[in-house]
Design a protein around this ligand. Structure first.
Ligand code: ADP
Length: 205
């Protein structure tokens, strides 16, 4: 038995956090890429220093945190700047993934670890995980859940969804698909089945 790494992915508001929580309840350890991406740019951290060195103090709010809205405006209008930001942030996130995975391994060499990485497939990171688990929903349900969760208009929700690779296309690149279009209880049943199979196949527990 050895550590097993699940790459959990999906689209915006497809239910990744919901499924991650269910897997944690089963005993999996979670590492959340979005959370690490926020941590590595906290004031004083190396990625924060690199960004301030690059864009100057104008990119900071009065409390020294990055002005995320301003940063988004800068990079989303200029591909080379987006690439530069990624070159600053991604390696630090990668290091944190590595360090946290090592910590988990020390505590429990047989742990099942869930990497929650929204853009796993876009980033071509399938190789760093043992299995790609996709949380799918129909586009209509995705839009209404996003609209409700973030309190935005239907048009804004649809625009955000359209900016991502369609979940239909991601399905082809996934090893396992959880369809979260139904009630949470139905999703929980699929997670249950997945977990039972994983344990059987890997001889876990
Ligand atoms: P993600 O992490 O992929 O962005 P979330 O897990 O936050 O998505 O789910 C998006 C929204 O939809 C949340 O408000 C969540 O509570 C809700 N939600 C998720 N799954 C279901 C479901 N099966 N039925 C109803 N609402 C759901």
């Amino acid at each position: 038995m050895i550590m097993f790494i699940i790459g959990l992915t999906g689209g915006i508001a497809s239910g990744k956090s919901t499924v991650a929580k269910m897997l944690v309840e089963k005993g999996a350890c979670l590492i959340d890429a979005d959370r690490l991406a926020r941590e590595v740019v906290e004031p004083g951290r190396p990625a924060w220093r690199d960004i301030v060195e690059w864009l100057g103090d104008a990119i900071l709010l009065p409390d020294r945190n990055l002005d995320r809205a301003r940063l988004a405006e800068i990079v989303f209008n200029d591909r080379s700047k987006l690439e530069k930001l990624n070159r600053i942030v991604h390696p630090r996130v990668g290091e944190r993934f590595g360090a946290l995975t090592e910590e988990i391994k020390k505590r429990d060499p047989d742990a099942v670890v869930v990497y929650d990485i929204p853009l796993l497939i876009e980033a071509g990171m399938q190789k760093i995980v043992d299995l790609v688990l996709l949380v799918y929903v129909t586009p209509e349900i995705q839009a209404s859940r996003l609209q409700q969760r973030d309190g935005i208009s239907r048009a804004a929700a649809e625009a955000r969804i359209k900016a991502q690779k369609p979940l239909e296309e991601k399905k082809e690149l996934a090893d396992v698909i959880i369809d979260n279009s139904g009630a949470e209880a139905e999703t929980a049943r699929q997670v249950d089945r997945f977990w039972q199979n994983l344990k059987k196949e890997k001889g876990l527990e």
